[in-house]
Design a protein. Structure first.
Lengths: 249, 592
């Protein structure tokens, strides 16, 4: 069984992002970039499935600029067998990425796509769901546990009321939540091996996909500064303020 | 609390643009290494330092290691971290593939080791000592001993120690009196007490390989009668499995000012039948062999100065951004601001940042020369020999000063342990002492590395000529002209002091020795200033080419600061050496 894992290059979670002065987006110049943490969990899960003898090959895919190669090398240092870079300088939106993945699924025939539930830059939480719809595959999002047996995946999901377990037939799309696993630290020998693993580069046009953005960003702004808090004398005053000042209840 | 973030951008800059990583990768034996690989290595090592080593650093300090009945329990989290450290293969990075190492160049290890030292200096000492022991065995022991011990040591499953110091033999190793006698089967029985043995006993490694200096019965007195022995905690069977416990025990561990996470053992060898040991190389040549370890360790202790100063800087910077106190002087708005905006705090942070960068550049530059020397470059070897005591002595002295500044930035709460600023200061304090005090380093510098060189002063003169040519080439650039003037003055001061020492070393040995530490600091400042000036010149080129990377703007600023604030000290040190040495002895002993 092949597993395909999309990995996104995003601003490192330690970086305090800055909005560009003209409000057109986030300032990415010389900012440290890393693999989206949810995708790291996805890679880890796929590699564990391979180590358990369930998967035969783990393919990492990244869509974006040339530097996404580094993200693929990180995935291969964790244990992915090879990488595919879909190289483009165009700003990629979730539907475009889902279509690129669809094309790669047709080519690679994976039984399972494990993706991060969302990327920490745009928090869209759409790509996995769109891919499942395009492929007409079952999907199980926000996985906190994945068991594969007899051509089916039993996926435990974290939902508001607690945990829900779904059983879906393969091929399928699973998206990872934070508690699915704790990604390993790459070993030095594997970091070195990662440099020698195959990394193919294709263009969106090679896959026959039009990645032209369909959404326009009107404005990006910083969240309003938090104002100072106040102390209330009792519950009645708190309820009163929530009702009449904050107007939230 | 702040979190340690490895300064990867600065590391990469120094590796790629100053130390010549690409060229080092092209040297024979380094084919596996590439600039891209090193990028990945730094990224992943940084994750390990931040995620595994930094979080247990406080526990290492507050709980520390505990010794009971000869058994040492390391601080909470250390055992697990060490296991992960071994599993991830970091221990094996610099060593020969012949013994399971990854064969990475010294300059790459330098950057990675800096991360361990920043995140957790006490932890980092264990692999550092193992590394020194590996070097000594790899260079001087028989093939049989190498095969028996090196694989597990390279892996890190077994740790290594160096057992030099005894209660009456500190800096004076000639006074060593631990005994060894041949048993007749090729092994020896070792007995005696060694003190200050870093990681001498621990619960992290499965076996501990002690390298012990001892005297054979008929050995000549002094340094020429000392032999080096491998004395393992557990004897090793021929199939590599662990056998009986050897007759050695950790009598106690020290209560120290810092590095509480690192167990510093009093080791007692041969209290019963005698500890079984194996001779490394030839009899009576132990001191020379031990220097293989010492030189490795000296550069690495110098790197501790870099690492601990960096960590202290990051901690101070975090606080200076958070802590709001008063309106800065000259700020008409009257709005209170974070202390980062107050001029003296700003100066302290600049001081920490620029001096740490200079130290880092010097350490990596020296390491790149170690790699070139390995490939047979004699000029590089001469440069390494000259700079080793400077990397060790200057960087650690600065580490102490800068971590003290790190406490100062915090103000009153810096003196309170909860803020964590003190730990770096206390941890740093050992670095100017062990592996040869600053005085010992300075003695080495003005003696073996200067006045008693084959051609006295040759290595220093070559360096001065190279620095002078650079200073002159920088003078023509408007953005570098100011730096060039102070650099030129600094080089002149260094040259004057070196000439004075060469002229007086034999005739006034005491006066020369009294000026040795100032000379070491003078050398550090000028060489550090030179490397920062080179860095500035590279930055200026990028800026002129229209770079958008503000790293280069920052580098030009820190280099300019270093030239303006540190290079002027060169003249003072020079005056101290040439005009002040004799006054050290002006006061008769009875008037003290």
């Amino acid at each position: 069984m092949k597993i395909l894992v999309p990995v996104k290059r995003v601003v490192d979670y330690n970086v305090k992002v800055r909005v560009k002065a003209d409000g057109s987006g986030i300032d990415l110049a010389n900012v440290k970039m890393s693999m989206n943490p949810f995708d790291e969990i996805a890679i880890e899960e796929a590699v564990r499935l391979k180590e358990a003898g369930i998967a035969t090959e783990v393919i990492a895919v990244s869509c974006g600029v040339t530097a996404c190669q580094e993200t693929l090398r990180t995935a291969m240092a964790i244990g992915a067998d090879r990488g595919i870079l879909v190289e483009t300088d165009v700003e990629l939106q979730p539907l475009a990425v889902a279509k690129l993945l669809q094309a790669l699924c047709a080519k690679e025939q994976p039984q399972l796509v494990i993706c991060g539930k969302q990327a920490i830059d745009d928090d869209a939480n759409q790509t996995g769901q769109m891919l499942a719809a395009l492929q007409n595959w079952p999907q199980a999002t926000f996985a906190s546990k994945v068991l594969i047996a007899n051509g089916k995946a039993s996926v435990t999901r974290e939902i508001d009321g607690g945990l829900e377990t779904l059983e879906i037939s393969l091929p399928a799309v699973v998206s990872t939540d934070l508690r699915l696993n704790e990604p390993r630290y790459a070993t030095l020998p594997n970091i070195m091996k990662a440099k020698k693993k195959p990394l193919d580069t294709v263009k969106p046009a090679d896959l026959g996909v039009d990645v032209t953005p369909r959404l326009t960003t009107l404005k990006v702004s910083e969240p309003p500064k938090r104002s100072a808090g106040i102390k209330v004398a009792d519950v009645a005053e708190l309820v009163n303020k929530l009702k009449n000042e904050a107007k939230v209840i | 609390m702040s979190t340690y973030i490895a300064p990867i951008r600065d590391m990469q800059f120094i590796l790629n643009e100053v130390a010549g990583l690409e060229e080092v990768c092209a040297l024979p034996g380094n084919e596996e290494c590439s600039v891209e690989l090193v990028e990945s290595i730094l990224e992943e090592a940084a994750k390990f330092a931040t995620g595994v080593l930094d979080p247990i650093n406080r526990a290492g300090d507050s709980t520390g290691s505990v010794c009971k009945d000869g058994v040492v329990t390391t601080a909470p989290g250390f055992k697990e971290a060490y296991k992960l450290f071994v599993e991830t293969g970091w221990n094996s990075m610099p060593f020969s593939p012949e013994f399971g190492g990854q064969g990475m160049p010294a300059v790459v290890s330098m950057a990675v080791n800096e991360m361990w030292k920043s995140a957790n200096m006490a932890f980092g000492l264990c692999p550092m000592l193992t590394g020194g022991a590996i070097e000594a065995i790899a260079h001087h022991a028989s093939d049989e001993l190498k095969q028996k011990y090196l694989h597990k040591m390279v892996e890190g499953t077994w740790s290594g120690t160096m057992n030099l110091t005894e209660p009456s033999a500190g800096s004076d190793l000639a006074a060593i009196c631990t005994k060894a006698k041949a048993v007749g089967d090729g092994s020896y029985l070792v007995s005696g007490t060694k003190i200050f043995i870093t990681w001498g006993e621990n619960d992290c490694a499965e076996n501990i390989i002690h390298l012990v200096l001892a005297r054979l019965p008929d050995a000549p007195p002094g340094l020429k009668g000392i032999s080096l022995f491998i004395v393992p905690k557990f004897l090793v069977n021929d199939d590599g499995s662990l056998g009986a416990r050897n007759d050695l025990i950790c009598a106690s561990i020290e209560h120290k000012m810092g590095i509480h996470g690192s167990p510093t053992a009093v080791m007692s060898f041969g209290e019963n039948a005698g500890a079984i040991g194996y001779l490394v190389g030839d009899e009576n040549k132990g001191i020379g062999y031990m220097f293989t370890m010492m030189n490795h360790a000296r550069v690495n202790v110098g790197l501790e100065g870099v690492g601990i100063a960096e960590r202290s800087y990051q901690h101070a910077l975090w606080y200076a951004r958070e802590r709001v106190q008063g309106a800065p002087i000259g700020d008409k708005s009257g709005i209170k601001k974070p202390i980062l905006h107050h001029p003296d705090v700003r100066r302290m942070l600049m001081d920490m940042k620029s001096r740490t960068e200079a130290m880092r550049t010097l350490a990596y530059y020296a390491a790149a020369n170690i790699d070139r020397a390995h490939a047979g470059d004699a000029a590089a070897q001469a440069r390494v020999d000259l700079l080793t005591p400077v990397v060790k002595g200057w960087s650690t002295e600065q580490g102490v000063e800068l971590t003290s500044t790190g406490v100062q930035v915090f103000g009153g709460v810096g003196f309170i342990e909860e803020t964590g600023a003190c730990q770096y200061y206390r941890d740093s304090r050992i670095t100017t002492i062990y592996e040869g005090t600053t005085g010992i380093q300075a003695n080495d510098l003005i003696g073996r590395k200067l006045a008693r060189e084959k051609v006295p002063g040759a290595a220093m003169k070559t360096l001065i000529a190279e620095m002078t040519a650079d200073a002159e080439s920088f003078a023509g650039n408007a953005q570098l002209a100011g730096i060039a003037v102070n650099l030129k003055n600094g080089i002149n001061s260094l040259s004057t002091a070196a000439e004075w020492l060469l002229a007086n070393y034999d005739s006034k040995p005491q006066a020369a020795a009294a000026g040795s530490v100032p000379f070491l600091k003078l050398t550090g400042i000028v060489v550090g200033g030179w490397l920062m000036a080179k860095s500035a010149a590279i930055a200026v080129k990028h800026i002129a080419a229209g770079t958008t990377d503000d790293f280069y703007t920052a580098k030009l600023a820190t280099a300019t600061y270093f030239a303006a604030h540190q290079l002027p000290f060169a003249a003072a040190y020079s005056a101290e050496i040439t005009g002040g040495s004799e006054s050290v002895f002006a006061l008769p002993e009875n008037l003290f």
